[in-house]
Design a binder for this molecule. Structure first.
Ligand code: THU
Length: 163
């Protein structure tokens, strides 16, 4: 038996100015998107903004539903919108943030497990990593260079090759 270890890497900063200029703009766009979320049940308005290789920015926000599981997270709204309108374009980065009425969210809001799985799918499809930047309303900003840091040992299409 061999004991193995997986290390994840991320960067943390207090200043959006430390991000690549394109990515700090993306975070601002995510903030704007968060403010437009439809989140009457949770009051937790999430925004996501992603940049394609051609520089286009596509945003999304969470869309809730009275039948709770019928809603969708901001990240998936943005990614599915991007992929449906620009199927062949590489996604470079995605920024995620939040807006609440009390403005008390001081820790970075990471993508949920289902959104991580979706990010992994599109990384796999485009064969290129997607930088992920996430922040709260104030406080630290975290950045990872690809989904592997948030979802090690992801299930992907290779695992389906069973025949
Ligand atoms: N939410 C997102 O939009 N993205 C995430 O990664 C985590 C959760 C939304 C779903 C729901 O509308 C609200 O936040 C509370 O969970």
């Amino acid at each position: 038996m061999i004991k193995k270890e997986i290390t994840i890497r991320y960067t943390e900063t207090d200043q959006a100015a430390d991000l690549e200029p394109n990515d700090s703009l993306l975070l601002e766009r995510a903030k704007d998107a968060a403010e437009q979320a439809y989140a009457p049940y949770s009051g937790f308005r999430v925004g996501a903004a992603l940049r394609l290789e051609n520089g286009n920015i596509i945003t999304g926000n969470n869309q809730e539903n009275a039948a709770y599981p019928s809603g969708l997270c901001a990240e998936r709204v943005a990614i599915f919108a991007a992929s449906s309108a620009n199927p062949g374009k590489v996604i470079e980065s995605i920024a995620i943030t939040i807006s609440t009425d009390g403005h008390h969210v001081t820790s970075p809001v990471p993508p949920c497990g289902a959104c991580r799985q979706v990010i992994a799918e599109y990384e796999n499809k485009q064969q290129k990593r997607i930088r992920i930047i996430f922040a709260g309303e104030t406080g630290k900003i975290i950045q990872v260079d690809g989904i592997e840091s948030l979802l090690p040992m992801a299930f992907n299409s290779k695992n389906l090759q069973h025949r």
